[in-house]
Design a protein around this ligand. Structure first.
Ligand code: GDP
Length: 323
């Protein structure tokens, strides 16, 4: 593959070239890996800095409907929008919850939008890396907003938060006790909670749910990266396309404040370091699995279980073996 050519076409905002480049970063083949690294390297200072928005919610809350309505609202303002899915299930099962091609049909036809479903199969640890690198490629291709979507199942939010500038949590109107159903850790990650389906018969339930979450957010520890009034809860209707402009205004005002106060840059710097350490960790693990230290590991496992060697001593032996 001609990496220089691919690079030029990405910089010219060619969506097919972008799609090809993402396929390249998804590949586990060592030669592809090398090309992907070279490509990302030549693009690292190019393009612009997009607004990276993480979005999570359990299946059925209206993520696709929201992304489509929200995305169309943004492209109508002349913004270019990329949508990436981080689907933790696809790494294990090969099946994908977010990969459905029929999702977001209108948005996918919009020339100012780019939608990438999650890969159907990735090697271990590949989901996070692939997503992070795909975000970088979208930025190089001049997208203004990159939406990174994930299903609310726990660990994937943490991964998405590590590559986003801010995090949206989409919820549905709930009956009485469901507030506890959202894990505290996920609540703590959210910058804006959007209670969707605030329309028709569900409207009053949505407003009640929103007030409950607003109350819950006020009880959380104050974070230095939050201006007055954040994190906040609001209602939207993805179906009726209401509340979306207000949500966008809140998002942009939050980011403007964070940029001015230095929090935005600090977060990106910390994220770069996080991914550097993560790459080292993954690389070491891969090396461990390839080397004959693996056999050593199995032997020591038995000894550790039998109490013949301490865990610390066993770990030291394996690591000594690696170097
Ligand atoms: P996802 O699984 O989170 O991607 O959810 P979908 O976007 O597929 O939506 C699940 C269901 O909720 C669909 O039947 C949608 O039509 C419906 N839905 C999504 N947004 C809204 C909304 O704002 N109001 C109402 N009443 N229904 C909605």
């Amino acid at each position: 593959m001609d990496i220089a050519d691919l690079r030029d076409r990405i910089l010219k905002q060619d969506r097919r070239a972008l799609a090809r480049a993402i396929t390249l970063v998804e590949s586990a083949r060592p030669d592809h890996r090398e090309q992907a690294t070279a490509l990302l390297d030549t693009l690292s200072k190019a393009g612009k800095q997009a607004l990276r928005i993480g979005l999570s919610g359990t299946p059925g809350v209206g993520k696709s409907t929201f992304i489509e309505s929200f995305g169309m609202m943004l492209t109508a303002q002349g913004l270019r929008v990329a949508v990436l899915a981080v689907d933790p299930s696809s790494a294990r099962s090969g099946g994908s919850i977010l990969g459905d091609k029929t999702r977001m049909e209108r948005l996918s036809r919009d020339p100012n939008a780019f939608i990438r479903p999650s890969p159907s199969q990735t090697h271990l640890g590949g989901v996070a890396r692939r997503s992070r690198e795909a975000v970088a490629l979208c930025e190089a291709a001049g997208f203004d907003v990159v939406l990174i979507e994930t299903v609310g199942v726990g660990q994937s939010e943490t991964v998405v938060a590590e590559m986003a500038d801010l995090f949206l949590l989409l919820l549905a109107p709930a009956g009485g006790d469901e507030l506890q159903g959202v894990k505290r850790g996920i609540m703590e990650m959210a910058d804006v909670i959007l209670v969707n389906k605030a329309d028709g018969d569900l409207k009053s339930a949505a407003m009640r749910t929103c007030a409950d979450y607003a109350g819950a957010l006020r009880l959380l520890r104050k974070r230095p990266q939050d201006p007055q009034g954040f994190p906040k809860a609001m209602t939207v209707s993805a179906l009726e396309e209401s509340g979306l402009v207000t949500a966008w205004d809140e998002i942009t005002s939050l980011i403007k404040w964070r940029r001015a106060e230095g929090h935005w840059a600090a977060r990106r710097a910390a994220q770069a370091q996080f991914w550097f350490h993560e790459e080292v960790r993954q690389g070491l693990l891969a090396r461990l699995q390839q080397s004959d230290a693996q056999k050593h590991l199995a032997d020591l496992d038995t000894k550790v279980a039998a109490g013949e060697v301490t865990p610390g001593q066993a770990a030291k032996e394996v690591l000594d073996h690696l170097s």
